[in-house]
Structures are given as structure tokens and as C-alpha cells.
Design a protein around this ligand. Structure first.
Ligand SMILES: CCCCCCCCCCCCCCCC(=O)SCCNC(=O)CCNC(=O)[C@H](O)C(C)(C)COP(=O)(O)OP(=O)(O)OC[C@H]1O[C@@H](n2cnc3c(N)ncnc32)[C@H](O)[C@@H]1OP(=O)(O)O
Length: 149
């Protein structure tokens, strides 16, 4: 199945976090199964906070773009139409909060799982858990605000 960001309109594929067309970006990829958005990402040595631990700003970036990808997928689903169909649903981040519960180990693949927490006419509140080696190390909330089509 295509990842959500690959279905964004071409003019919106340059985001540093998730734009497939940004050569210097992180290329976050959100897979949506109708209930949960899943993203896997393996940080590089450059993404270090201190030896052995992932930089918290990277975690915030991953949650931001994965949260918005999940919000967009859920918004299309709520309208009963495929992601990417016209008119395009565009959202930006209105608010992002992250709680760092444990140091996130640098090396293993990270798993992000995002779900809709609350849905409003113009907003989608997404909760996101990030885990490494089966342990949740950070949780976050992302508010996606829908822009006029
Ligand atoms: C045309 C081009 C489009 C391009 C877009 C395409 C995107 C396609 C994907 C690309 C991939 C991006 C994925 C990476 C995500 C980013 O990094 S996006 C960049 C970072 N975010 C920004 O730059 C957003 C900057 N802020 C804004 O533009 C405006 O403040 C917003 C968020 C659109 C809201 O503006 P507004 O519609 O004038 O504000 P308003 O009517 O007061 O708010 C609407 C609702 O949201 C709530 N709200 C607004 N801000 C907040 C907040 N900070 N906290 C809580 N609630 C808030 C309000 O309470 C209100 O709620 P209701 O009253 O409807 O219940």
C-alpha cells in the first residue's frame, strides 16, 4: 500500500520532515490501516543527543509529520473517499507536544503508532506513541488544522 505522503499534491511534497521530493529531508512515511498510522524510522549517528541516545528534536519532527499524515488519512476516511482524491485535504500543525518518558536508544529502528484522539470540524487531535525495542520512550499529541481547499 502507498504511504500517505506519496499521495500529497506535488506542490506539497517538499516538507523537511516528510516530503518525498526533499532530498535533504527525513522522508517520514505514514502507513494507514483505517485505525492506526504506523511509521518506522531508523535514526543515523548524526541524530544523536548524547552518546547512545536519540535527539529529542528529531523525535518531535517524526511525531509532527507522522501525526499530520495520520490526521490527513483519517480526514479522507471520515469523508468516505480515497486519500489524494479531489478536493485535496491539506492540514498544518497548530500544536505539537511531546513527553520524553525514557531515553530513546540510538541504533534500533523506531516505531511510531498514531491514532485519532478527537475529531472536530476543522481539526484533528492525534495521539502518538514512539517505541524502541518494544519499550515506549515518548508520547505526543499533534493538532492538525485543516486549511480551506
Ligand atoms: C495553501 C497552502 C497550504 C499548504 C499546506 C499543505 C499541507 C500538506 C501537507 C504538507 C506536509 C506538512 C506536514 C508538516 C506539518 C508542518 O510542519 S506545518 C508547518 C507548521 N505549522 C504552521 O506553520 C501553522 C501556522 N499557523 C497557521 O497557519 C494558523 O494559525 C492555523 C493553524 C492554520 C490556524 O489559523 P486560522 O484558521 O486562522 O485560525 P483559527 O480559525 O483561529 O483556528 C482554527 C481552529 O484551530 C484551533 N487552533 C489554531 N491554532 C491552534 C493551536 N496552536 N493550538 C490549538 N488549537 C489551535 C483554533 O482554536 C480553532 O478551533 P475551532 O475554533 O475551529 O474549534
Amino acid at each position: 500500500m502507498s504511504y500517505i505522503q506519496s499521495l500529497y499534491p506535488p506542490e506539497h511534497t517538499h516538507c523537511y520532515g516528510c516530503g518525498p521530493a526533499n532530498p535533504a529531508g527525513l522522508h517520514v512515511q505514514t502507513h494507514w490501516d483505517g485505525e492506526t498510522g504506523t511509521c518506522r524510522y531508523t535514526p543515523s549517528a548524526a541524530h544523536m543527543a548524547y552518546p547512545g541516545v536519540v535527539y529529542g528534536g528529531l523525535i518531535a519532527c517524526l511525531m509532527d509529520c507522522h501525526g499530520i499524515g495520520t490526521a490527513i488519512a483519517a480526514a479522507y476516511q471520515a469523508e468516505g473517499r480515497p486519500v489524494g482524491s479531489d478536493p485535496a485535504i491539506n492540514m498544518v500543525t497548530g500544536n505539537l507536544s511531546v513527553t520524553y518518558k525514557l531515553p530513546t536508544p540510538l541504533g534500533p529502528e523506531l516505531l511510531l503508532e498514531a491514532r485519532v484522539k478527537r475529531e472536530f470540524p476543522r481539526k484533528m487531535l492525534i495521539s502518538c506513541e514512539l517505541s524502541a525495542e518494544g519499550k515506549v520512550t515518548a508520547v505526543g499529541e499533534i493538532l492538525g488544522v485543516r486549511l480551506p481547499s
